[in-house]
Design a binder for this molecule. Structure first.
Ligand SMILES: *Cc1c(COP(=O)(O)O)cnc(C)c1O
Length: 485
């Protein structure tokens, strides 16, 4: 056990609870038992868990100190491109934590959870209205899970028409989950190169689309933060060749209430409620990735389906054509409550405004930083701007150095080295949460770091310095994790 309480100032050291515990300490006192003790059953003897003995303050301090090692949206700007780490209004947390929402049991008889079902039913309707799609299932528990449901729907659709398709078109800017989800359904992902302008060009799709191809997965706006302007023309080519169009809608934060995806020719879409609709995320959970479809594909949606029969809300477990269940119960219900509360508390006009501000903020960052960092595509962006370390190469300063130095300056680093089509990518998504003053402060910090790269590159290469842990060997950290803090 390390003996110093802090490494420097208030950067707090903290041992494991097992190292902190001392035999006989107790978190609470309960009255002496007034019944004789009974021996444990034989098979349980020796099976007691190895828990340390701790007082209440030991435990409270332990977790509170650990929480100071975290950086979250509530701490400061978190411009992690593609992840939409925006501020989520606390009123939505409050609704999700309300006892009627937080303690509802998934096995309650339907007559006792009508309110819960109504909330989910109405959330489906709202998400349909926001996206322009016809029908929604809240079943998928994450973005990638929504993609998987979408690919199963593609497959069920083609099978229902007596066709077997083997391939799927996926742009080179796609999130890695896209080809993975397609491959899980047995499709071979075929890479489509994006054009000079960072978006898909129709002739490329025309050249690749054939009878064997089930359709395309498009992300719009794409992961370069650019709107796929040719999506309608591309969708027509796909449809003419008996294919379907999937849209990865994880970047919906840029287009809520602005773009009607059905009019763009999209057949299946997923949303990330834990990006756009008020659930804070990171560290792997919890999430919800509703899948939205056009009317002709509704029957393929997963079960259970929530319906209103005129007097009450019901669950339909058997739906002819459905891809079936994709997990137990209803996923992360609290995420659905937050999304519902967010949508109602914002209203249609403000949801649209949120997207417009998200785009405005990203365009502002793009314009203010483009003379300092290399801008990958010098054209209007949507909710994120992608730069690179190209101008810093002579100084032997890399994207990783810039990201680490930003941490010393109090910012969570942006997404780096993604999308793969931009070498040394630095992908900044400010979101609508940041005000002008905070955007300006961030811009000044990045400009100062760029100036340091010229004057004192070693400073960047040896950053971060103001942390408990400095640079990790990232390969070893992934292959050989040490979980001892
Ligand atoms: C986040 C993201 C996903 C995956 O979502 P998960 O909920 O992490 O599975 C897919 N596509 C894009 C573009 C994303 O940004």
């Amino acid at each position: 056990m390390k003996d110093a309480p802090g490494t420097s100032g208030l950067i707090l050291e903290e041992p494991l609870l097992w190292e902190k515990g001392k035999k006989g300490r107790c978190g609470m006192s309960i009255p002496e038992s007034d019944v004789p003790p009974a021996a444990l059953a034989d098979e349980l003897v020796g099976a007691e868990p190895d828990f340390p003995d701790l007082s209440e303050i030991d435990v409270v301090r332990h977790y509170t100190r650990l929480s100071t090692w975290n950086f979250g949206v509530d701490t400061g700007m978190y411009p992690l491109g593609s992840c939409t780490m925006k501020y989520n209004p606390k009123v939505n947390e409050k609704q999700a934590a309300a006892p009627a929402m937080a303690t509802v049991h998934p096995l309650l008889p339907l007559e006792h959870c009508q309110g819960t079902l109504k909330l989910m039913y109405l959330l489906q309707k709202h998400l349909a209205a926001i996206t322009g799609m016809d029908a929604v299932s809240l079943q998928p528990a994450a973005g990638a899970h929504g993609e998987l449901a979408g690919m199963l729907i593609f497959s069920a659709y083609h099978t229902s028409r007596g066709r077997t398709k083997t391939k799927i078109l996926i742009p080179d800017t796609a999130h890695g989950t896209n080809p993975a989800s397609a491959a899980l359904c047995g499709y071979k992902p075929v890479k489509v190169a994006s054009g000079r302008r960072g978006i898909l060009e129709a002739q490329e799709i025309r050249a690749l689309m054939d009878e064997e191809t089930a359709g395309i997965m498009i992300t719009n706006p794409n992961t370069l933060g650019l709107f796929e302007e040719n999506i309608r023309e591309i969708a027509d080519i796909i449809h003419e060749n008996d294919g379907l169009v999937y849209c990865d809608g994880a970047n919906m934060n840029a287009i809520m209430g602005v773009v009607d995806l059905k009019k763009c020719g999209v057949d299946v879409l997923h949303l990330n409620l834990h990006k756009t609709f008020s659930t804070p995320h990171g560290g792997g959970g919890p999430g919800a990735g509703p899948v939205c479809v056009v009317e002709s594909l509704e029957k393929f949606l997963p079960v259970p389906r929530i319906d209103f029969d005129g007097s009450s809300y019901v669950l339909r477990e058997e739906v002819e054509g459905s891809i079936g269940r994709i997990h137990g119960f209803f996923g992360n219900f609290g995420v659905l409550v937050r999304a519902y509360s967010y949508i109602l508390s914002m209203g249609a006009a403000n949801l649209k405004k949120a997207s417009q501000y998200a785009v405005l903020n990203a365009c502002y960052i793009k314009e203010r930083l483009k003379g300092h960092l290399h801008l990958a595509y010098n054209r209007p962006c949507m909710h994120e701007a992608v730069f690179s370390d190209k101008h810093q190469q002579n100084q032997k300063v890399t994207t990783l150095d810039i990201a680490k130095r930003l941490m010393d300056c109090g910012y969570h680093p942006p997404t780096i080295y993604f999308p793969l089509v931009v070498p040394g990518a630095i992908m900044i998504e400010p979101t609508e949460s940041e005000c002008l003053e905070d955007l300006d402060r961030f811009v000044e910090v990045v400009k100062a770091i760029v100036a340091e790269a010229g004057n004192d590159p070693e400073k960047l290469r040896s950053s971060p310095t103001r942390f408990k842990i400095r640079r990790l060997d990232e390969t070893r950290a992934a292959r050989n994790p040490c979980l001892r803090g």
